[in-house]
Design a protein around this ligand. Structure first.
Ligand code: 8YV
Length: 321
């Protein structure tokens, strides 16, 4: 019988996922969950048939070019693949897969949390209670913005966007979306399509970003786009930090153009712009989009399904390159 493939697993994964790895592969696990720098990653990849990374490992072109010949597939434990240079992988004949579908529910949950948290001033309220500073109640105390019945614009109507549209309807929201192409009605869930982002923005009391991070979407929500939103709009980002021009976002939060923002993702995580922590009208989470036990298991299984297919000589269902 052929030897089991060697898989370099860059981060500590859920126990059930690691158990399946131990059963079916010869995994090199990261029990201490240390972050590997590029040199260590390349050294550990020596002799590995596959790498199972997370978005915390940057597999840009110069890293992929230096990968040992033994590596034939990168099966990332993420739906996003902005940390992997697909063209460089293709050029070296390295297959790349991701984990779509399975994190849509968890990420849409976080989107609704961000939306509610930003609109109803949840961070401010929580800080007040915890600090012992809560000493009053009045009819005008800590008023926020009501979510029910408001207009939500979704940028990127992929799987996460579609589940978000469904959840938002539970709050009687009027949902709009901008996407490369219009979806069939069963996927649009009653949301109205806008071919142009600029045409949709003036209709958005809330704007939720769910597009992938690509060269085309970098800085998509810039100052000009924010200016097109209604005064007092709320921006939600559960996609990637670089989809937003953060300086423009912070300026709009300071000027009052935006009422608030709810953010789960940032540029340069976890060393984010300290200005975010200083502003009150922000509801901030540390990249928790897919962070449920159920979803992290499902992401691991999906990555392993891709590896299983690849090493069985069939087409992995989530092949990107
Ligand atoms: C993951 C994510 O937790 O899957 C993604 O693209 O952004 C997250 O929800 C993370 O990327 C795991 O690698």
């Amino acid at each position: 019988m052929a030897e089991k493939p060697v898989v370099l697993v860059t981060r500590k994964l859920p126990p059930n996922v690691e158990a399946r790895l131990e059963r079916d592969y010869r995994p090199q696990l990261n029990a201490e969950d240390r972050l590997y720098d590029t040199d260590e990653l390349l050294r550990l990849a020596d002799g590995a048939d596959a790498i199972l990374p997370c978005h915390t490992e940057s597999l840009r072109a110069e890293v992929i070019e230096r990968l040992p010949e033994s590596v034939r597939i990168i099966a990332t434990f993420s739906v996003g693949y902005d940390h992997i240079d697909l063209a460089a992988a293709k050029a070296r004949n390295v297959t790349v897969t991701n984990t779509p579908d399975v994190l849509a529910d968890a990420t849409a949950e976080i989107t609704m949390l961000l939306l509610l948290g930003a609109a109803r001033r949840a961070s401010e309220g929580e800080r007040l209670v915890r600090s012992g500073g809560w000493d009053t109640w009045s009819p005008s105390f800590m008023l926020g913005v009501q979510v029910t019945g408001k207009r939500l614009g979704i940028v990127g109507m992929g799987r996460v966007g579609q589940v978000t549209a469904r959840r938002a309807r539970g709050f009687d929201m009027e949902v709009h979306y901008h996407n490369r192409s219009e979806l069939p009605p069963e996927k649009a869930h009653g949301a109205t399509y806008h071919q142009s982002l600029e045409a949709m923005l003036p209709l958005c009391d809330f704007l939720a970003l769910h597009c992938p991070s690509t060269p085309e979407t970098a800085g998509l929500l810039n100052g000009e786009c924010i200016a097109l939103l209604p005064n007092g709009a709320i921006v939600i980002n559960a996609a990637r930090g670089n989809v937003v021009n953060e300086a423009a976002l912070l300026a709009a939060l300071a000027s009052g153009k935006l009422y608030a923002a709810g953010l789960d993702v940032f540029n340069n995580e976890p060393d984010i712009d300290p200005e975010f922590a200083r502003r009150d009208n922000l509801f901030l989470l540390p990249h928790l989009g897919s962070a449920t036990r159920e979803t992290r298991d499902a992401m691991g299984y999906r990555a392993l399904d891709n590896l299983d297919a690849f090493f069985a000589g069939s087409e992995p269902r989530d092949r990107l390159a």
